[in-house]
Design a protein. Structure first.
Ligand code: GLP
Length: 239
């Protein structure tokens, strides 16, 4: 079941936080799946605001979706750095409760197996997602089987171009990443996907109205029992 919530751009954070808050209030020791990118930032700002207003994340556990391969944790574009800067350092979530795939592991195959094992032992109560301009979720690019587990991927040219804006030059954008698989994402009890801006309108349309097919990884969510999609008016423009 997919619930679609369309709000003004400035209300995306609040609308998304409503979903997270329900889970946190019901289960203060819940497990959250977290995402990077510009889409979840308004949500993270609301999560920080709620912390300042007294909400605690002390007993929460988190698992992140993905990471670039080869970027050190100190690199300002690594997802490790992103999560610490934009959320973890601002709230009382203990560092040892956070998990992010390690893109600097010497043996990435082993690292994928390690992360997969962690995920199969965990039960994610709510998974936060963005969506790529080509319909990818995490770094599961078009063509990825819906049963996939944590794996390394070669990023598509479109994803490299989309992400180039964050790097000094396009050659600096990593070409490989490690990502939670679609099969693991679909195991979350609830899913919250956030998409904003006109660059997402096509992908959002395909996710909701197109065929359920590996050409649009996000369309896999249509088979999930509890998905909330929070969109601003631009991302919803083609629905
Ligand atoms: C990256 C991430 C995805 C994210 C997507 C969209 O490729 N791996 O998890 O959803 O970009 O990012 P943004 O929200 O910045 O548009």
């Amino acid at each position: 079941m997919m619930k679609i919530v369309i709000v003004k751009a400035e209300d995306v954070g609040k609308a998304a936080f409503e979903e997270v808050k329900k889970v946190l209030c019901e289960k203060p020791d819940c497990t959250l799946g977290l995402a990077t990118g510009s889409s979840p930032l308004p949500l993270y700002r609301e999560m920080i605001r709620a912390y300042k207003d007294g909400l605690s994340y002390r007993n929460v556990t988190t698992y992140n979706l993905d990471e670039y391969v080869g970027l050190p944790k100190t690199h300002d574009q690594s997802y490790y750095y992103f999560m610490h800067k934009n959320l973890f350092s601002e709230i009382d979530l203990p560092e040892e409760n956070t998990h992010i795939p390690d893109g600097t592991a010497p043996d990435m195959e082993k690292e994928c197996a390690r992360y997969s094992a962690l995920l199969s032992a965990a039960k994610i109560d709510l998974q936060v997602l963005g969506i790529g301009g080509n319909g990818h979720i995490a770094f599961n690019e078009p063509g990825t089987p819906f049963t996939s587990k944590t794996h390394t991927v070669t990023l598509t040219e479109k994803t490299v171009l989309d992400n180039a804006r964050f790097f000094d030059k396009i050659e600096d954008v990593p070409r490989t990443a490690v990502t939670m698989g679609i099969g693991e994402i679909l195991k979350a009890k609830k899913i919250l996907l956030i998409a904003t801006g006109k660059n997402k309108a096509d992908a959002v349309y395909k996710m909701i109205k197109g065929p359920v097919d590996v050409s649009c990884p996000a369309s896999s969510l249509r088979d999930h029992p509890d998905v909330t999609v929070v969109l601003d008016e631009q991302a919803a423009a083609k629905l």
